[in-house]
Write a protein that binds this ligand. Sequence first.
Ligand SMILES: [Zn+2]
Length: 196
Amino acid sequence: MDSSRNGSVLKTFKSRLSGSKCMPLAVTHVVSTVILVDIYRDYILKDRKLFSLHTIFIAGIFGLLPDTDMIFGMVADIFRFKLPLLLQHGGITHTPLFALVFLIPGLILWNFSKKKYAVYCFVGVFGMMWHLFLDWLLGGGAYEGIMWLYPFSMHQWKLHLLLNLGVHNIPMALDAIILLLWLWHEEEKHKISDFI
Ligand SMILES: [Zn+2]
């Protein structure tokens, strides 16, 4: 893609959000990542040494990491400077490139037999890719969507189902439903009420 095309895509990309009420909220990002990694651990891998509770916790943190670009925006607002477009919400941290960078330390650690730490990186990559998928599917990141092919192309894709359905309370409901399903699973599988 030539630079003038990239420039025009960037203009539309801007910092407009997809409608803050129509994007997946933090709980959805964190808990859905935690649930998926936990399900993988409990039902497929069945290895609690390689996938400890720490691993699941780290997956959840990484599930939210792409949205740290909102902090850049807040800092820029406070100190009144203009952020480069790629650092605005939905920019570089919402690209597979940003997520896949964490494969490098993961593979190095795996090679040096630091498998537990390598897995932290791998679940991190999964958490961030899942975040991008949710933002693409439901609505989040930049207004125009996710730059799946960055840096080869700055074209953005989105389905943004929640925005298109126009049902504004769904993200809150989604948070609650996901949280309740997870609590139910943890109670069934790990009897968490024993610890309360
Ligand atoms: Zn996001």
